[in-house]
Design a protein around this ligand. Sequence first.
Ligand code: HEC
Ligand code: HEC
Ligand code: HEC
Ligand code: HEC
Length: 403
Amino acid sequence: MKASYGQVVLVDNGYFFPEDDLHKDVSWFLMDAMKVLGTDAVGMSEKELRFGVGYLKAQVKRTQLPMVCANLYEKKTKKLLLQPYVLKQVGTVKVGIFGLMSNTVDLGPMKDSLTVEEPSAAAKRMVAELRKKGATVVVLLSQLGKVESEDLVTAVEGVDAIMVGHNVPLLQKGRTIKNTVACYGGEQGQYIGRTVITLDPQRRKATADNETFILSAEVGERKEIAALVKGFEDSFNEKLQKAEKERAAKEQAKATSPSPDHYLGAEVCIRCHAQEGEQWKTTRHARAWQTLVDGKKDATPECVGCHVVGYKQPGGFVSVTATPTLTNVQCESCHGMGTQHEALTASPRRITAETCRQCHTATNSPTFDFALYQPHVAHKYAGTPPPLPEGHGTSMQRAAGGK
Ligand code: HEC
Ligand code: HEC
Ligand code: HEC
Ligand code: HEC
């Protein structure tokens, strides 16, 4: 573009700091790269505040990158955090470029120390100031999003070109809104937008249009940028590998320590499975602990096992004070550990007699018959299940002291 057009300014709209802490280094790297590319002005959003004001200011100072924002103030000093604009002489033309961010975004932990002025007031002031200083063309780097950006240039006169940013979908041909040509830039640095403005003999804008191009292979590489990228990726990769090793070591340490998985208790399940919960509460399983309490057998180890959840298992019942939510025969006694719920839903398994037989043993449940017992616990049984065999529960009543 610099080869095809005589008078060119190169801008970046901002919103380039990474979302996650792991990739923090990408932020300073991109700033270095923009500097090498000779970027004339860079916009600003709440994203660039992610790692703190100190970090951003240090990087701006280090790179001398011309980041601009005309409506972001430090509360304490009432001063702008960054320079509001850049006024640049290109050939015979003076281009004024200013930046704006949204006053409705969440500044996160920065909201106590920073404040954002209402954007259209700042825009009016900037246009007046830049024109007064002799700007032939005024460009706005906007992080207000699509709707707010378009509203602003409809209401505020004198912006010749706007870069529309903040999660804005790519438009290959930019629109003209009233007297402003808009660029809808695309994402992940894969596109470059070109706004061409021609001036009439009175140095007023005669025509303006915008188009966005994908930066495909035929654009080619710039040597010093390619070297910068390689250097960065190599060292960054090493850093990620180290972090990954540390994470893996931690995971391993966790895996060898007891019960990463545990039982959750029915109350958790019932939050989502209310119907099953209602039915379960009507079963004897939901009162199995009370049976032992009534028989004063709730502290007898040989009795507790089948009347609670996950007895003597990692993550299971320990005592009524340590694990008060794991008394009774609950959902997880039949369905398995709640922390493995995903595996549970991935391959729903039919509950077989085996599941019941852990507790319904020949000694403790001599009358057990899966076909007869199952309808009493399956939650969706229509109507009244057939009665249980004669004598059910009696052997256990004897064990409890012969009621
Ligand atoms: C946050 C909500 C939620 C909680 C809490 C929850 N579940 Fe689920 N569960 C679901 C959803 C949703 C499905 C259905 C998934 C599907 O159909 O693929 C499901 C599926 C199931 C199934 C399989 C049903 C089938 O045959 O496909 C079982 C069994 C189950 N849950 C048991 C439990 C148990 C036991 C607990 C408590 C330890 C529990 N759930 C806690 C939401 C929950
Ligand atoms: C963790 C142990 C355990 C598992 C697993 C278990 N049960 Fe039970 N079940 C009990 C206990 C304990 C009681 C008695 C509760 C009470 O009254 O105190 C009981 C009672 C019952 C009763 C009521 C019996 C009566 O006399 O009224 C039915 C029906 C039943 N279970 C069916 C089943 C079925 C079917 C399964 C398998 C799908 C199953 N249970 C799995 C422990 C278990
Ligand atoms: C191996 C598992 C298991 C052990 C251990 C166990 N129970 Fe049970 N208990 C059950 C099952 C299963 C039932 C339901 C039996 C049925 O309905 O056929 C039951 C039922 C009962 C009942 C009858 C509830 C009713 O009114 O129907 C009482 C009382 C009882 N158990 C007390 C005890 C006592 C006391 C001990 C310790 C001596 C004990 N259980 C040990 C599994 C066990
Ligand atoms: C005594 C064993 C037992 C207990 C306790 C139990 N379930 Fe079930 N559950 C079953 C059986 C049997 C089915 C029928 C499907 C099958 O055979 O797998 C079932 C089915 C389900 C399903 C699948 C949808 C449906 O209703 O058919 C969900 C979800 C479920 N149970 C959740 C729960 C929750 C939540 C609890 C506790 C509040 C619970 N279960 C307690 C045995 C049990």
